[in-house]
Design a protein around this ligand. Sequence first.
Ligand SMILES: Cc1cc2nc3c(=O)[nH]c(=O)nc-3n(C[C@H](O)[C@H](O)[C@H](O)COP(=O)(O)O)c2cc1C
Length: 328
Amino acid sequence: MADTSTSYMGLEMKNPVLAASSGLTDSLNGILKCDAAGVGGVVLKSIFEEQLISEKDVYDKYSNIYPEAVDYLREGGLLEYAPQKIFQMIDKAKQKTDIPIIASINCRSPKLWPTFAEQFQDAGADGLELNIYSLPLELEKSGSEYEQQYLDILKSIKKVVSIPVAVKLNHQITSLPYLTNRLSDAGCDGLVFFNWFLEPDVRLDTLSTNNIKGKGDFHRTLRWVALLAGRIDCDISSSGGVRNGKDLIKHILAGASCVQICTIFYEKGLEQTKEILNELKTWMDEKKFQSIQEFQGELSLKNQQLSFKDMGEAQSYFRAQYLKTFKK
Ligand SMILES: Cc1cc2nc3c(=O)[nH]c(=O)nc-3n(C[C@H](O)[C@H](O)[C@H](O)COP(=O)(O)O)c2cc1C
């Protein structure tokens, strides 16, 4: 029988399915449901800075941190999810399950990242995922200045925690190879390709704007996993558009250690985990692979080059222009 266990940032997982950060993982009940469905690990719903700071903090010490955002969260009931409750939730979850629990944090003020990271480590989280994002709006600020923020945040956190730390990236970064290599040099343990966002839309009847749910892009993620796996000293977790076992296998062939799944769980339920894992096991048996490690990264750029195939089977990751491929 195929062994589906994998290792992600040093965390041992019984299989490569991680329940991605979302409403599915924002409560003890949610975590236990994911566990019962058979996932290999969970990433908790992101905790936003505004959820962790108390009113006193906001008005005394960090009065520059959007008090209106705090009010908004409080009105929406989101402050219920913080802060002691979250730490207790992690503690209870750790007593009831042994799958890795990764806490996801999102801060706006540089000073608060390491403080919160340390608190989640103390609460018993097995790892951290940094949900870093700032929309580049300023006309005078270069891409590298924005990207430096990733490094500064990671370095400040690595100074204070010993649990593994992953950075969840967005696809708008100009040179992913350069930034990911620098993150790896700064001690990053895992990279998550890519984050998902709300997208804007326009209402023609009311002449107003609204948000629609974004979608993870399977092929874009596959390209970057394959181009970077093994070339940077970090594990990679794919997040975006994985809907079945075949999709999961493709990401592992490209070099991912595990995949993060969200939308398909919302659409079809956590029972999909079993189907995805059955598909994985059946394929591994057919191909006579006994472990994930035997085929992880087989179709990454690095492995194709190492096996003296030049670009070998990895050509398609580069071809982004239509030119001949789809000529009529
Ligand atoms: C309802 C919903 C809530 C989400 N909340 C978060 C979040 O709090 N933090 C985060 O990093 N990603 C969040 N995500 C993104 C997912 O973790 C995941 O990266 C993304 O949905 C891509 O995977 P998928 O194609 O399987 O949905 C959310 C996604 C959805 C659909």
